[in-house]
Design a binder for this molecule. Structure first.
Ligand SMILES: Cc1cc2nc3c(=O)[nH]c(=O)nc-3n(C[C@H](O)[C@H](O)[C@H](O)COP(=O)(O)OP(=O)(O)OC[C@H]3O[C@@H](n4cnc5c(N)ncnc54)[C@H](O)[C@@H]3O)c2cc1C
Length: 409
């Protein structure tokens, strides 16, 4: 993708011109974000005509800064359409057909179409390339049968990114194809899975004789793994890169505030020293991670991220869990009461209806950070093999036809 230059001042002028036409404090989400897209300010590194200006992705921070100076309303991409924006859009841009780019990108950005990712299966999570959902070509259609699991937001999604096996005779990575699935198609059944928070953010998805038109293939038949890598690399960057931009903001800010509001004599002098030491170390780590993430964003070139995104994802997940654990320790016995209760809920978006602000909710939700988007163990494997160049794990099933690999079911 060719990268062009634009001065920071010109970009700021463009933002101000947009605000004259559609101000987020005065128009609705879809109108405002639609205009952002039309002005090329949605994903500034995307090509012109597709929500971008073809400039360095680092310039996105300039847009965010200018918007924050003039508008109170702030839309967080991760809340609007986390999977569509973080992973769907770059995948469509890189591997989609012209029809897909023209039809899908704008609606992803505005949040009119929510997206989900149908990769994981009961027998294939970390080893997603071993998946068993089958797609068979029948004339102008593919017929899909199988089961997916942990599919976040499938219950509110219009489109799904579906990875399915199209050639069981090929080795596992070579026999998959990548489809755009209309989640309202007959044969798609979505059932909630409840998490430790009491919510059902994700689902089981059963696919029974689902028909997908042949032109909904992304990339070529048998090249699904290549397309999936684009999705996964962007997923790790979206999850890992989503940390705070301001010093002391985010989870560490909540912890510091909790610590400051502790009661006199709440802890013994020894416990006080130990906790203060722990919080100081967490603060330093959070600040280092924030700066590393910001530096990475500023230096990013146009195009899809590489395996380095796994490093930030790993660090972010592990640190976040420790910060919320420490917050629970600062709360002491109070932390044992979970005010939202375990009544089953079904969130309609990532906003989780205000629960984001609840420390105890965050403590429970953070347990998923080191699993979602690839586990911390798998991130360490990627870091070792693809960033540091260490010898790979032994993989005996790599060149064997998929159908000969032993499976439990
Ligand atoms: C909140 C949440 C949302 C999710 N949303 C989605 C979604 O929208 N779409 C989707 O497709 N998936 C989604 N997932 C699934 C997620 O990607 C998988 O859970 C994850 O990849 C791990 O797969 P698994 O659960 O099958 O565990 P397994 O792969 O069975 O792993 C079990 C354990 O073995 C370890 N392990 C496995 N292989 C290795 C190895 N080679 N080396 C070292 N250790 C290993 C793992 O680290 C883990 O501790 C979501 C998960 C969560 C928690």
């Amino acid at each position: 993708m060719a990268q062009r230059e634009i001065s920071e001042e010109d970009l700021r002028k463009r933002v101000r011109a947009l605000l004259e036409e559609a101000h987020p404090d005065k128009v609705d989400q879809f109108t405002f974000r639609g205009k952002l897209y039309d002005y090329g300010l949605a994903w500034v590194h995307f090509p012109e005509g597709f929500g971008g200006l073809g400039v360095s992705p680092g310039m996105q921070a300039v847009i965010a800064d200018e918007l924050s100076k003039h508008a109170k309303t702030h839309y967080d991409d991760m809340m609007i359409n986390a999977i569509g924006i973080g992973m769907g859009a770059p995948t469509v841009l890189t591997h989609g057909t012209d029809w897909m780019r023209k039809t899908l990108l704008r609606r992803i950005f505005t949040g009119e179409d929510i997206w989900c990712q149908l990769f994981s299966e009961p027998g294939s999570g970390s080893d997603v390339a071993g998946l068993a959902t089958r797609a068979t070509r029948e004339g102008d259609y593919w017929t899909v049968n199988g089961q997916k699991v942990w599919t976040s937001l499938a219950h509110v999604s219009k489109w799904g990114m579906l990875l399915a096996r199209t050639n069981p005779d090929a080795p596992k990575h070579a026999g998959m194809s990548y489809f755009l699935l209309d989640m309202q198609s007959p044969g798609v059944e979505v059932r909630p899975l409840h998490q430790i928070t009491g919510e059902a953010e994700f689902n089981e998805v059963f696919l029974t004789d689902v028909k997908i038109p042949a032109d909904r293939l992304m990339g070529r038949e048998g090249e699904g793994w290549k397309v999936a890598i684009t999705t996964l690399m962007n997923e790790r960057t979206a999850i890992g890169g989503g940390g705070p931009t301001r010093r002391g903001a985010g989870s560490i800010g909540v912890l510091i505030n909790l610590w400051k509001s502790r009661e006199q004599g709440q802890f013994s002098p020894d416990a006080e020293i130990l906790l203060r030491d722990r919080i100081t170390k967490l603060y330093i780590e959070a600040e280092l991670l924030r700066m590393t993430t910001q530096r990475g964003k500023a230096a990013r070139k146009a195009g899809n991220p590489g395996p380095e995104g796994s490093v930030v994802k790993l660090a972010q997940a592990e640190l976040n869990k420790r910060i919320w654990e420490c917050a629970m320790d600062v709360m002491g016995a109070d932390s044992l009461i979970y005010e939202p209760g375990y009544k089953r809920r079904r969130p309609t978006s990532r906003a989780r209806e205000g629960r984001n602000s609840l420390t105890k909710y965050q403590f429970l939700r953070a347990r998923a950070n080191s699993i979602e988007g690839g586990t911390s163990e798998v991130m360490r494997n990627i870091l070792g093999e693809r960033v540091l160049g260490l010898p790979g794990e032994p993989r005996s099933d790599k060149d064997v036809p998929w159908k000969q690999i032993p499976r439990s079911a």
